[in-house]
Ligand binder design. Sequence first.
Ligand code: SF4
Length: 390
Amino acid sequence: MSSNRSAPSPKVYGWCPGALRPMMSGDGLVVRIRAPLGRLSQEQATAIADLSRQYGNGLIDLSARANLQLRGVSPETHGSVIAGLQELGLLDQDVWRESRRNILLTPFWQEGDVSQRIARHLEKALLATEDLQLPGKFGFVVDTGAKPLLQNSAADIRFERSGTDILLVADGAQVGCPVTVETAAEAALDLARWFLDQGGAPTGRGRMQALTARCAPPAGHRAPRSVTAPQPDPGPTVCGQLVALEFGQISATAFAGLARIAPLRLTPWRMILIEGARDLASLPGVILDAADPRLRVRACTGAPGCLQALSATRDLARDLAPHVPEGQILHVSGCAKGCAHPGPTPLTLTATSSGTFDLIHHGRASDQPVKETQSANALRAAPQILTKGR
Ligand code: SF4
């Protein structure tokens, strides 16, 4: 499907917010925290909740790259947030280091295992290589648990398990190159250099997937990849209990509640892993039941929290959730950028103006709609519109 929409094109920034370089949104600055290895001690998580309540609007997002975002921070209080993060050991020395440390690690790593060691070596190597001018969004995934789990998470360079091998993979390619824990980091840097040498980022922007769509991966990349395992549901895992966040957002109060239980690991699935926890019966502000219909909807911040949003999104997504057939996903997007789910979904509603949406089947937020524009009220009154004619 190709884009043929009349709504204005959303702005593409080409960089991600950080703590030192926050991004202005409709509800203030978004301050992104990139926790080392995606893990927060109980003390760190509790203090982040305090920073959110004191200097933000009390809402915390969990991003699709397993980063936390404090929302509603003002330019005047940003300095206090930075000081707080510094005290917690969660602040990089400068913006360059902050953006370079773009590594997503499987949340199911164990102390001293292959995944943790590769992530550590890679971070060290990336920070020691100052001459590599990678695009702002260029990212890495370390997905070397028993089976790949993160193939649907955006990245340019991946490490993943295939049988007994660890493969280095250029995103978009169907094959990879076997590496060891010792050679992994340097091999990833070589692949990043190959990306630049092949013209992957001619104007400073570009993604590996676009490059591998037009040219074969480097020599030596011949081993077939494994198929991804399904994303886990909320519930018990070998490392603790997964709890889901409605639309990937949690109140600071609920976050502090999780921090009281155990250290937290951040996942790219809008879920938090509570280390070592088992059989948590109920917890305020999170979803524990894998059958909860809210897990079948994705919705971005929308209006008024996002400056580019053409409409509010989350109330409509919440109202439509019980009408989304089991096993399907509805994505409600405030504009064609589709931040909440960049890939295709069975059902997508993309705002065209306040309270009106295009309906797209099996596509992305920017794709061609299948029906004339629908109002949010019409969709609420007759949710069968969503699936009619498919
Ligand atoms: S998709 Fe949503 S969050 Fe992203 S820019 Fe558009 S309105 Fe904003």
